[in-house]
Design a protein around this ligand. Structure first.
Ligand code: ZN
Ligand code: ZN
Length: 128
């Protein structure tokens, strides 16, 4: 089984995820922009059971980061672990997004990634 390792910039927090992600995406929303100080967030979702982490983190709005170096790392709940893929050790990660969120906030100089599902805002299930 593939195991990917990651860490914050200073190395106080380390984690690993086992197996392939359930899905990989990019988000252009204003929260992701502010948190990252960049144009978008690149993330992957794994089942919570695939995640193992070590080291102290603090959270804001359920998004965990390293208190020493400020690197954004992951969000955890009972079902899923959302990993900020820039924190993986391997660069490039070998993972590619299948969808984009909040495309209405995408920088005008960025084009839609070919072959990805596009959402104006959050990912939604089709209406019943
Ligand atoms: Zn750190
Ligand atoms: Zn976002």
């Amino acid at each position: 089984m593939t195991v990917r390792e990651g860490s914050c910039r200073c190395g106080n927090v380390r984690f690993r995820v086992a197996g392939e992600p359930l899905r990989v995406g990019i988000c252009h929303c204003t929260d992701c922009r502010r948190e990252s100080g960049s144009a978008f967030a690149f993330f992957g979702i794994w089942p919570a059971s695939a995640f193992e982490g070590h080291g102290e983190t603090v959270d804001y709005a359920e998004r965990r980061f390293c208190p020493a170096c400020g690197s954004r790392l992951f969000s955890l709940n009972d079902e899923e672990a959302e990993i900020k893929l820039g924190s993986l050790t391997d660069a490039p990660s070998g993972l590619a997004p299948s969808y984009e969120l909040w495309t209405k906030r995408r920088e005008t100089w960025l084009a839609a990634l070919p072959g990805t599902e596009q959402f104006d805002e959050d990912r939604v299930s089709p209406p019943a």
